[in-house]
Design a protein around this ligand. Structure first.
Ligand code: GDP
Ligand code: IMO
Ligand code: MG
Length: 423
């Protein structure tokens, strides 16, 4: 069997959590391969809403193996809080979640460093989630990181060395902080972490593939936040693209199967950085209000704009997307017309390939399509789609060259329409 990958094609928050949950019944294993508690994946079913940060979105469908892979950075304290809240609501994870010993730890001082670096950048700040993601991945790459497996032996010694190094940096930045309480809780959380199945997940996943088990890899963030291909430096610190699944789980490239690329019918971004189709007008406000576009982790207002096909094509190319999933279609229900950006005008030149530099001189070139002005949230089947909506889908499929297989018309698990057209 092969590993299917589901990943975001925009700037995150496309609705990955919801769709992983919907697809989970068709898989044996659900695995996270990168990112950490910067993610906020929302699932809704039976009138309840859950927001997952480090835990894979496969945990609500019984009998599945869930894995936090080696490419993830894990904050034991945030993980404990998340897992305990889930247990309190009747979803005990200890029997169904395995964690890679090679996943890197987010230390309390990583969180402080994240804040200190942002403060030092002033106006130029990234607008991170403040979870210590950048500093933790920095330590991994500079070979100073601590891993989940380290908590099993002589951890205090390694921790003391890492903390002292961080403290020297914080001193040089003149950043004042107090981590005593946080540190004590963090250490308690290590004991909790030890109660989980800590494994070499690359072996587990490859054994399962050999046994014919199916695996769904759940991406976090989005392609435009990828450390290599995103709008650097306004990105996260991991490879959010499909290749990140190979390194983040130990899966060979030839064992990648379907690549599900997920996008919103419009576009959002949270944090700083370029966003060519951003709307600073009433339309942007309406999308934000109707789409409830506020960060699921930080509560920050998300910036909103029209769909950007230049960026989407780029994401599809980098990831080798085989199937598209369009989310939040219902948010556009009320619009008379809908715009889609098909090119960028850069100093008089029309550009259709995502450029190296995206600055204020860039102007999106739009195509305008008729809106469907029909409520879609209760639709169950694609036969019910209004004509204008079908025209929008056909337009997107022709532009992007990949079929749209799933359409989401609301936040609930049930508000999902799987299209039945042939490949
Ligand atoms: P993720 O990080 O990619 O999992 O996405 P988030 O959970 O951060 O953000 C997606 C938001 O949109 C969540 O609040 C979801 O409940 C909500 N959502 C998902 N699909 C739909 C949809 O089709 N329509 C509407 N209106 N909301 C949706
Ligand atoms: P999910 O998985 C949206 C953004 C932050 C910031 C930048 C770097 O829910 O889609 P970081 O804390 O990673 O160093 O922040 O990346 N960011 C996200 N934006 N959704 C996410 O995750 C994000 N994770 C990080 O806002 O701009
Ligand atoms: Mg999110």
């Amino acid at each position: 069997m092969k590993v299917d990958v589901l990943l975001g094609l925009q700037w995150g928050d496309e609705g990955k959590g919801k769709i992983v949950d919907v697809l989970t019944p068709g898989y044996d294993v659900i695995a996270r391969f990168q990112g950490g508690p910067n993610a906020g994946h929302t699932l809704e079913f039976n009138g309840k809403k859950y927001i997952l940060r480090s835990v894979p979105s496969g945990i609500f469908q019984g009998g599945k193996v869930n894995v936090i892979g080696n490419g993830v950075v894990l904050d034991p304290l945030l993980f404990k809080q998340e897992a305990e809240a889930l247990a309190a609501s009747g979803h005990d994870l200890t029997k169904r979640l395995s964690i890679s010993k090679k996943a890197h730890l987010i230390l309390p001082t990583h969180r402080i460093l994240d804040a200190a670096y942002e403060a030092a950048k002033g106006e130029g700040k990234i607008g991170t989630t403040g979870k210590g993601i950048g500093p933790a991945y920095t330590d991994k790459v500079s070979r100073n990181g601590l891993r989940v497996g380290d908590i099993l032996h002589d951890f205090e010694e390694k921790y003391t060395v890492a903390k002292a190094r961080h403290e020297r940096i914080l001193k040089s930045l003149n950043y004042s902080y107090d981590i005593k309480e946080l540190e004590a809780e963090w250490f308690e959380a290590l004991e909790y972490l030890k109660t989980f199945n800590l494994i070499d997940s690359e072996h587990m996943i490859n054994h399962m593939l050999k046994e014919g088990k199916s695996v769904l890899a759940e991406g976090a963030q989005g392609t435009m936040l990828d450390i290599d291909f995103g709008s650097y430096p306004f990105v996260t610190s991991s490879n959010t693209v499909c290749a990140g699944c190979c390194t983040g789980l130990g899966v060979a490239p030839r064992n990648i199967g379907e690549v599900y690329g997920i996008f919103k019918a419009y576009c959002t971004r949270v944090g700083s950085g370029p966003f060519p189709t951003e709307l600073h007008d009433d339309t942007g406000e309406t999308i934000c209000r109707v789409g409830k576009e506020f960060g699921s982790v930080t509560g920050r207002k998300r910036r909103c704009g029209w769909i950007d096909l230049v960026a989407l094509k780029y994401s599809i190319m980098i990831n080798g997307v085989t199937k598209l999933i369009m989310m939040k279609s219902d948010v556009l229900d009320g619009f008379e017309t809908i715009k889609a950006c098909v090119a960028y005008n850069i100093k008089g030149n029309e550009v259709t390939e995502f450029p190296y530099e995206v600055d204020d001189s860039l102007e999106p070139v739009y195509v305008e399509l008729p809106g469907w002005q029909t409520e879609m949230t209760k639709m169950q089947n694609e036969d019910e789609f209004p004509e204008e909506f079908n025209a929008y889908l056909t337009f997107l499929e022709e532009e992007l060259g990949v079929p749209v297989k799933i359409v989401s018309v609301g936040p609930d698990r049930e508000q999902t329409i799987i299209r039945y057209q042939e490949d």
